[in-house]
Design a protein around this ligand. Structure first.
Ligand code: B12
Length: 219
């Protein structure tokens, strides 16, 4: 099967929430395609498609959860490969990644964590529904360079501001680079709350993280 066809079939399998088929296709693809390309070209379009269909009322919660489950199953194969790629690169910096308080959407955050790992960052994923204090505690513990906070809902983006406000109140604002992103987050919002960087897609976030690290190291 051509790569393009494999990717299209992966997207279909995700939309149908068919874990078995997705895993079979990923196993087939991994023989000849890099893990990052599989995530970006085969799986991300599928999840985005399901997300849009859910938003438009074309699919319902059970289908959505099946797609999320299929994603997780396929990632069990891909994650170790992504880690191998990341391990072969000189460490770019240390990042604490999480989804903010009261928000349990983790798919976008997981994509970001995987892409950062592949780009050579040392990534500490604190999970979802994470209060600002936990982001900071982890960042202090692992001596992070960057805190990347994902928020998908309009009701939860204020908690990204909480992270920045907490840093300010502790006199630590300049110690960390703060990146924000996720569903409804915009550059305008990032500017408004005083974040250092924003990414529409996870891959944009990785580029921004690399640029900001270069700036930090040069400073
Ligand atoms: C999957 C999903 C769920 C799943 C989550 C499963 C999981 N394990 O993550 C479940 C079913 C649990 C869920 C629950 C809910 N959901 Co929901 N969900 C979605 C859905 C369909 C897709 C989200 C997703 O994963 N997208 C795919 C990923 C890849 O996209 P992404 O998260 O935006 O991430 C990309 C970028 O934004 C970026 N990125 C993400 N984070 C970061 C961080 C940084 C630093 C950077 C740089 C980049 C970056 O990288 C990613 C890829 O490039 C969206 C609809 C949609 N069309 O988006 C609704 C949606 C987000 N959900 C919504 C709602 C309302 C809810 C519920 C309140 C529903 C309810 N009534 O119970 C609950 C909330 C639970 C909670 N407290 O958090 C609304 C939010 C409305 C709003 N604008 O505020 C949406 C938009 C649906 C809708 N149209 O109403 N949901």
């Amino acid at each position: 099967m051509e790569n393009k066809e494999l990717f299209e079939k992966m997207t279909e399998a995700l939309v149908e929430g068919d874990s078995e088929e997705l895993v079979r296709l990923v196993e087939q693809a991994i023989e000849k395609v890099g893990p990052l390309e599989i995530v970006e070209k085969g799986m991300t379009p599928g999840m985005t498609d399901v997300g849009n269909k859910f938003g438009e009322g074309e699919v319902y919660l059970p289908e959505l959860l099946m797609a999320a489950e299929a994603w997780e199953e396929a990632m069990k194969i891909l994650k170790p490969k992504l880690l191998e790629v990341g391990a072969s690169i000189k460490k770019t910096g240390t990042v604490v990644v999480g989804t903010v308080q009261t928000d349990i959407h983790e798919i976008g955050k997981n994509i970001l964590a995987n892409l950062l790992t592949t780009a050579g960052f040392d990534v500490h994923d604190v999970g979802c529904d994470v209060p600002a204090t936990k982001f900071l505690a982890k960042a202090e513990e692992v001596e992070a360079d960057i805190i990347a906070a994902s928020a998908i809902m309009s009701t939860t983006i204020p908690y990204q501001k909480d992270v920045i406000d907490l840093l300010k109140s502790k006199g630590l604002r300049d110690k960390y680079i703060v990146l924000v992103g996720g569903g409804v987050v915009t550059q305008e919002w990032a500017d408004k709350i005083g974040a250092d960087g924003y990414g529409d897609l996870a891959s944009d976030g990785v580029e921004t993280a690399k640029q900001l690290m270069l700036k930090k190291k040069g400073a």
